[in-house]
Design a protein. Structure first.
Length: 107
């Protein structure tokens, strides 16, 4: 499906409103009743698609942020030593900066 699911959902909801308006004039019209039922099903399915798409995007963003935070070596063990270059979070702004591992307790 090449369409935007959110846009499709809005269109289907508008179509349902139009069918419901037509049903006020002819509440026993079998074709309109069937169309209403079909549109309700399409809206339900499209809503599920939008939700799944949104969750997938959030998962990708979450994974991307984790990758950025941990560097490109995700899942790779690193034996760190004094003087190694890395990224570190500065507590005052929560952003990552280039850093060098210091020699703690040696001074």
């Amino acid at each position: 499906m090449n369409e935007d699911p959110v846009g499709s959902l809005q269109i289907h909801k508008l179509q349902l409103q139009q069918v419901e308006a037509a049903l006020t004039a002819d509440p026993e019209n079998a074709e309109l009743l069937k169309l209403k039922e079909d549109l309700q099903e399409v809206i339900t399915l499209t809503s599920q698609l939008v939700k799944a798409h949104t969750e997938e995007q959030e998962k990708k963003q979450s994974g991307k942020k984790k990758d950025e935070a941990s560097g490109s070596g995700v899942g790779v063990k690193k034996d760190w030593k004094v003087g190694d270059r890395c990224l570190a979070v500065w507590s005052q702004d929560g952003l990552y900066y280039d850093a060098t591992l210091p020699a703690f307790g040696h001074g």
